[in-house]
Design a protein around this ligand. Structure first.
Ligand SMILES: NC(=O)c1ccc[n+]([C@@H]2O[C@H](COP(=O)([O-])OP(=O)(O)OC[C@H]3O[C@@H](n4cnc5c(N)ncnc54)[C@H](O)[C@@H]3O)[C@@H](O)[C@H]2O)c1
Length: 307
């Protein structure tokens, strides 16, 4: 089939591209290279250097004529979304509407949308967090990611454009930018490898749900293949792990000579969170495969080889 990945030059998108190539699909990437790199796009993949909000995106979809679009391109920085909400909304909402318009005009069969389990639910009212948990985003990023979920449903009702929403937990793995604001595993691994001290905000007993990028790519592939009664799926490990424990594993994998420092708690940060993944297991037949220890080792190897 013909598959187009927006944001395919970035971290998660490039893992989806790899997985699609393994299945011998015809693959294209649409990306403006704002955080992704051309080097992440393998040989044999059609590359369109276009912005989500531009007419170039429509031209790319019109020329490539994908059957399925995996929508990963986004402004992903929570802090930037708070400082500059209009820029966040332009990329994440207007850019996504531009994509949906291009898809309906070109008879795309299905869109798989990367939403965020960490950002759309807000403070968990129950653990693990199920898909029908109240939606109470705490940031403009969470609001913009969720807004697109509504547009997808509208395009399904009005134009029969099929879709699946995947709400990821904290994704980690090779090719995650260790110089970004998020991605604690990549950031801490780089700090330990450089002999500096990573900073844990708070006491480190806060817990998160980490999922390996290749497992996320597999969930995308299954979502593209399967027709399911439900349209929204959490994609996470389904388990919680403390930041102290994660730091310990990274310290071991990097053979660290330094210890982490502790800084002030981040105000408004959620204390404990992890996702209920039973729906994805049941309906998509998906389940995370990578053990966290192994995933961390592979991430460290990638950073060692010069990110
Ligand atoms: N990384 C996580 O833990 C996580 C968790 C939940 C959801 N998500 C979602 O997964 C998706 C991928 O995230 P990622 O971590 O791979 O980020 P990333 O920054 O590595 O990848 C995003 C890609 O989109 C491209 N891009 C950004 N703005 C664009 C624009 N206006 N036009 C065209 N291309 C543009 C970038 O160049 C980059 O290649 C995003 O939609 C993000 O919201 C990520």
């Amino acid at each position: 089939m013909r598959m187009l990945v927006t944001g395919g030059a970035g971290f998660i998108g490039s893992h989806i591209v790899d997985r699609l190539l393994m299945e011998k699909h015809d693959v294209a990437v649409a990306d403006n290279l704002s955080s992704g790199t051309r080097g992440n796009v393998p040989f044999g993949v059609e590359f369109y250097e276009v912005d989500l909000t531009s007419p170039g995106l429509t031209e790319a979809i019109t020329e490539f004529k994908p059957d399925v679009v995996f929508h990963e391109a986004a402004q992903i920085n929570v802090r930037k979304s708070i400082e500059n909400p209009t820029t966040d909304a332009k990329t994440n909402i207007i850019g996504s509407i531009n994509l949906l318009e291009a898809c309906r005009k070109n008879n795309v069969k299905k869109i798989i949308y990367a939403s965020s389990g960490g950002a759309v639910y807000g403070e968990p009212q129950k653990l693990p967090v199920p898909e029908d948990h109240p939606i109470k985003p705490l940031s403009q990023y969470g609001a913009s990611k969720h807004a697109v979920e509504h547009y997808l449903e509208i395009y399904r009702q009005n134009y029969d454009l099929n879709y699946t929403i995947l709400r990821y937990s904290n994704v980690y793995g090779p090719r995650q930018n260790p110089n970004g604001e998020a991605g604690v595993i990549a950031i801490f691994a780089k700090a330990f490898l450089n002999g500096s001290q990573p900073v844990i905000f708070g006491d480190g007993n806060q817990t998160r749900d980490f999922i390996y990028a290749a497992d996320v790519a597999q969930a995308n592939l299954l979502a593209a293949q399967k027709k399911t009664p439900e349209k929204t799926f959490n994609v996470g490990s389904g388990t919680e792990i403390s930041i102290n424990k994660i730091t310990d594993l990274i310290s071991k994998a990097t053979d660290a000579k330094t210890k982490p420092k502790y800084g002030p708690e981040v105000p408004g940060e959620v204390r404990h969170t992890y996702l209920d993944i039973s729906r994805a297991k049941k309906e998509l037949g998906w389940q995370p495969k990578k053990k966290i220890e192994d995933g961390i080792k592979e991430t460290v190897e990638w950073i060692k080889n010069g990110d």
